[in-house]
Design a protein around this ligand. Sequence first.
Ligand SMILES: [Fe+2]
Length: 241
Amino acid sequence: MPLPNAAPSPAAYPRLRRFHDARSGTCSYLIGDALLPQAALIDPVREDVSLYLGVLDELGYRLVYVLETHLHADHVSAGAALRELAGAAVACPRGSGVLGADLLLADGDRLPFGTGDIEVLATPGHSAACVTYRWQERLFTGDALLIGDCGRCDEAGGNSGQLYDSISRKLLPLPDELLVYPGHDRGERWVSCIGEERRRNPLLRGISRDEFIGRSRQKSEALPPAMAHNLAANRRCGLSD
Ligand SMILES: [Fe+2]
């Protein structure tokens, strides 16, 4: 007996896809509304544009926004390419030094998105202007709060005291159950929650502001390859000469 012709169920829309760029270790995220075919990409990487477009096409989503958490030093943004190819508006934190963004975001802004919105929380410190995006019960923290770790502060305009303040005053007081999706994974882990980070993050639990600053100064990680090129391109939403 043939199945009845049922209209596609809105609940069939997936709501979150993660992408991992092995070259830079960057985690990018596609979020999609459950009822309307609208999607946003958070921190997309230029080399993966065709992948994003294929997934958007497969899922039937229109790309509304490219949302940058900060000016990236370790990869080139797909913002300009996705604006041209998919018509997305590129949104960056105000003060990040990006020229040509369609939207400059500040703390407390709310972006209309599908049947709801996306809230902007200023979380500077990894660089001079960083934001976290809150969408429903999810936080996209960029390189501010990582899983059991925090972002470095020595790339471009970072300030470890400011990062400590952002995390301890803005993020950790949020409800335990809010999920944390960072800009870089840690091994097999790619999602955490506020409660876990508050209780277990070794860089934060029981650590004073001064201790945090001291530990941050002692870190000695190699700077990302092509950092100057990446920063220059990202100041133009991912366009390079
Ligand atoms: Fe970063």
